[in-house]
Design a protein. Structure first.
Length: 575
């Protein structure tokens, strides 16, 4: 439909009155006509306001759409999701940046101390700028492909001539890696800011100060190896940023000018989006080891001399700021002294949750405590004891990054696990994963065409594989796994199972090499028989050799290839 309002990174449609929060998150919006035609942006947020439905996008619009622009919501063509056997992590491959992350992309680019850019094309890293009045000669790290007469924007010079050199000028091309333009008197050679072990510089950016504090940046540290097509990658926790520089909490491998591609993923504090499918996460704070990760921010203990309540407002008496470290969402427990949080009938309440911090001495809770607590200690935590046993802990950066460890126990602020190859350090970002580990014989299916339009495009379905019963359902609008129980439950799936989607409510699959074919109704979570193919299937192999084709007259056929690459079979899907 037509856009009725926009910002640098938003789109508003006043005709939309029923959008729910997150409804279109992690899909994409395409401008199909009018101003900004052809732009595609990832959707980061969906909101309903009195003025209509609002979509927030990343990165910012290059050309801001207006009321002449027509848009449509679609799948995000920049993202590929994948999972591995023996792992609980879901990875996101960002095509435009060519970087794999565990979280959602906020921005991307390449490390460059000074850049040259034509229009909205990707910027080119500058290696030097030599000034001989009145001519500036620019040398780029890689061939620039510019043409004489184009207007090129130079950004990032921090030297004596910066005010004159950071301009847009009409150029004359003098070589594959060089071009010149005229600069006013008083200029100087360009100073190219170096990358370092604690910073990544992208001179083409104009970020808001500290907008990425708390984010994770993932970047390549070397060029792609020709033999493998793989580049070394590292991640770092961002503690601050200027308009074009990210600062790391801990020194790591320095980015390489014009080589290091990077992706910034959402701050961990925003729904744990640094890792898709996380149920909690944060940054290691405290004394760490190879078998424990400590996050002292997850636990708060009052130093109160007394505690009283009125309605749902709790008041703590003592010296200083008694609520320092207390966070909204924490669950409270009372130890020592006398009294407890109780309901109106006098029954102890064990799940009083903080809903607001009112001041340094008062806060609001979800239930109605009626008892005055005398000499008691009030403790708040997000982590009930041993709530995460058998879940997976993922290190997202720093020392020991990318390890996935099995949690064997936890207290209110400490996770215990089998020995890591390298323990966490202060400021190591981490996530606690919700989903079980996947096994062999899996596939990921995006149900983009569900008949229920309120859920269409919301889910990716993944069988557990490895001979374990069940499917899991990832809600890509919230990046969380939904509970899903199929009926009936009798077939385990592993090596040899194959899957295909009909574009509606059915995922067809085979049970390894048994010749049995089924379909999962993704709307009703029921499993039905879908026939058998003749002849012995052969030796079970990994790989999807199953597809649905639609003929010109609208008939749908299910095709599958026998294992061991023998013949194909097809059946008409008439039921």
């Amino acid at each position: 439909t037509t856009i009725t309002g926009t910002g640098v990174a938003t789109l508003t449609d006043s005709t939309k009155t029923g959008w729910t929060t997150n409804r279109w998150n992690n899909l994409a919006v395409r401008i199909t006509s009018g101003t900004g035609k052809g732009q595609v942006r990832s959707i980061q947020g969906t909101y309903q306001t009195p003025g209509g439905g609002v979509i927030a996008v990343v990165p910012n619009w290059t050309t801001t759409p207006d009321n002449t622009s027509i848009y449509e919501i679609q799948g995000d063509p920049d993202k590929l999701y994948f999972a591995f056997g023996a792992s609980a992590t879901v990875f996101n491959y960002n095509i435009a940046s060519d970087v794999i992350t565990t979280g959602r992309m906020e921005d991307y680019g390449a490390a460059a101390g000074v850049t040259a850019r034509f229009s909205d094309y990707p910027p080119i890293a500058v290696s030097s700028g030599s000034y001989v009045n009145p001519t500036m000669t620019i040398t780029t790290v890689n061939p620039h492909n510019f043409k004489t007469g184009q207007s090129i924007t130079i950004a990032g010079d921090t030297g004596a001539g910066a005010s004159l050199n950071n301009i847009t000028a009409t150029i004359t091309v003098t070589g594959a890696n060089t071009f010149t333009y005229s600069v006013g008197a008083g200029s100087a050679n360009i100073t190219v800011t170096a990358q370092s072990t604690t910073t990544l510089v992208d001179a083409s950016k104009s970020w808001i100060t500290n907008q990425f504090a708390g984010s994770v940046v993932t970047y390549t540290t070397a060029a792609v190896a020709q033999a493998t097509g793989i580049a070394a990658v590292t991640s770092a926790y961002v503690i601050a940023n200027t308009s074009n520089t990210l600062f790391f909490a801990v020194a790591g491998t320095a980015p390489t000018q014009a080589v290091s591609r990077y992706v910034i993923t959402s701050p961990m504090q925003i729904a744990y989006k640094n890792c898709i499918g996380a149920i909690d996460g944060g940054v290691a704070v405290g004394t760490q080891s190879t078998t424990t990760l400590v996050d002292t921010t997850k636990l708060w203990t009052s130093a109160a001399t007394s505690c009283s309540s009125s309605g749902t407002t709790v008041t703590i008496s003592g010296s200083g700021n008694q609520t320092s470290g207390l966070q909204v969402g924490m669950y409270l427990a009372v130890t020592g002294g006398t009294g407890a949080f109780v309901s109106g009938g006098g029954t102890n309440v064990t799940s009083v949750q903080v809903t607001a911090i009112n001041s340094g001495t008062t806060f609001t809770v979800s239930s109605v405590p009626t008892t005055t607590l005398s000499g008691a200690t009030v403790t708040g935590t997000f982590w009930p004891t041993n709530a995460f046993v058998n879940r997976k802990l993922k290190f997202l950066g720093g020392t020991g990054q990318y390890q996935e460890l099995t949690i064997t126990a936890n207290t209110g602020n400490t996770l215990t696990f089998s020995a890591a190859t390298a323990g966490a350090t202060g400021s190591t970002p981490y996530a606690i994963l919700q989903a079980p580990v996947k096994g062999a014989g899996i596939a990921m299916t995006w149900a983009f065409g569900m008949s229920d339009t309120t859920r269409r495009g919301s889910y990716i379905f993944v069988p557990r594989g490895g001979g374990v019963l069940g499917f899991d359902r990832l809600n890509i609008q919230t990046d969380s796994w939904d509970l899903m129980s199929t009926t009936p439950q009798f077939e385990t799936l592993t090596t040899g199972s194959m899957y295909t989607y009909d574009g509606g409510d059915r995922i067809y699959f085979t049970k390894e090499v048994t010749q049995r074919v089924y379909y999962l109704d993704v709307d009703k979570s029921t499993i039905h028989g879908a026939g058998m193919y003749p002849y012995t299937a052969g030796t079970a192999i990994l790989g999807n050799r199953m597809e649905i084709f639609t003929t010109a007259d609208g008939l749908k056929y299910l095709w599958l290839n026998r294992h061991s690459n023998v013949e194909c079979f097809k059946q008409l899907l008439f039921y």
